[in-house]
Design a protein around this ligand. Structure first.
Ligand SMILES: [Zn+2]
Ligand SMILES: [Zn+2]
Length: 339
């Protein structure tokens, strides 16, 4: 594509998803960031599950596009190491003004927009990303390695939003449904928040193996009965698992739904049990700046084996491979620089 004269004539490289398994490598002129914009050189991008779902067709996505929204890098010009939010919000619409920037009326999302001249550096499977004004940018302490910091911008921050929705977990019996990247993060956060019990369920027994290292007090595989819990958080998006979680809520309990981000079957809800039991059901999608700040602080304080959740990085030329193949660990990763 034609591009204007870039920053000192330098070029960025981007992996452009063109549908199915096709990913092409392209060069884009490095822009001079405008007011409020931040140009970041990416050190490591991690591959969120939603990108797998986009490529497999389970989830609608703009195409062609530069996918990838989790990453860590350094601001061009200052060298400050940062992570960034997945949403770009206007700051002036009614939702932004009431504090729900995650659902801005003119929301754009990193790694979700059509590949176009106006914003070609819009995803993290690239040497550089241009963060528009209205993107949360948060410094990362040197103690956090790239593999630990990169998921902060989607997985960890989303879990921080879910925990805020759930309320205090101190002394509570907590159920985490789904032991992927978000579930394991929620387990660790619930344990840190002094939950009395952290029960985790997953239909894939192998995914439960890591759960105890992240603070789970017990694990359940498919079909095992769940005892009463005070808080349940669903990261699976699977209707039967959500129904089971709802059925496990004790009086006063709350269910926070996070995983249902693609179309699926409806579930049945007995309103009388909600009313008589003072139960609540809520949802969380995207997150606010404070949740990204909490995510970085949480990871910086945590001694869980986060790096074990991330596969060894591949180069930009292998983005197509990692998008279409599920690897053993919850996150594959891409190191875009060629050095
Ligand atoms: Zn994500
Ligand atoms: Zn807005």
């Amino acid at each position: 594509m034609a591009a204007p004269e870039g920053r000192r004539g330098l070029m960025a490289r981007v992996a452009v998803w063109r549908g199915g398994t096709e990913v092409t490598l392209e060069a884009v002129a490095l822009p001079e960031p405008g007011p409020g914009e931040t140009l970041v050189e990416i050190d490591l991008a991690t591959v969120c599950g939603s990108d797998h779902h986009t490529v497999s067709g389970r989830r609608p996505g703009a195409c062609p596009s530069v996918l990838g929204h989790e990453g860590v890098g350094r601001i061009v010009g200052t060298g400050q190491r940062v992570v960034w939010g997945v949403t770009v919000s206007c700051g002036t619409c009614d939702r932004c003004l009431r504090g729900l920037t995650a659902k801005c009326r003119s929301l754009r999302k990193l790694g979700h927009e059509a590949y176009q001249v106006a914003w070609p550096l819009s995803g993290t499977y690239a040497t550089h990303v241009l963060l528009p004004a209205g993107t949360a940018v948060v410094p990362v302490p040197d103690t956090l390695t790239d593999a630990v910091a990169a998921p902060a911008g989607c997985a960890t921050a989303t879990v921080m939003a879910a925990l805020e929705r759930a309320g205090s977990l101190r002394g509570r019996r907590v159920l985490v449904v789904g032991a992927g990247m978000l579930g394991l993060t929620a387990i660790a956060a619930a344990a840190d928040a002094a939950a009395a019990e952290v029960v985790v369920s997953d239909v894939v027994p192998a995914r439960l193996e890591l759960a105890s290292e992240f603070g789970a007090t017990s694990t359940l595989s498919a079909g095992q009965g769940i005892g009463p819990v005070d808080v349940a958080m669903d990261f699976s998006g699977a209707a039967p698992a959500i129904e089971a979680a709802l059925g496990a809520l004790d009086v006063g309990g709350s269910l926070v739904l996070v995983g249902s981000v693609s179309p699926g079957p409806a579930i049945s809800v007995d309103p009388e049990s909600i009313v008589r039991g003072w139960r609540s059901v809520s949802g969380v999608h995207n997150y606010e700046r404070r949740h990204l700040e909490q995510a970085v602080a949480f990871l910086a304080d945590s001694d869980r084996p986060w790096a074990e959740l991330v596969e060894e990085p591949v180069g930009l030329d292998r983005v197509g491979d990692v998008l279409t193949r599920e690897l053993g660990r919850p996150r594959s990763s891409v190191r875009p620089r060629e050095d």
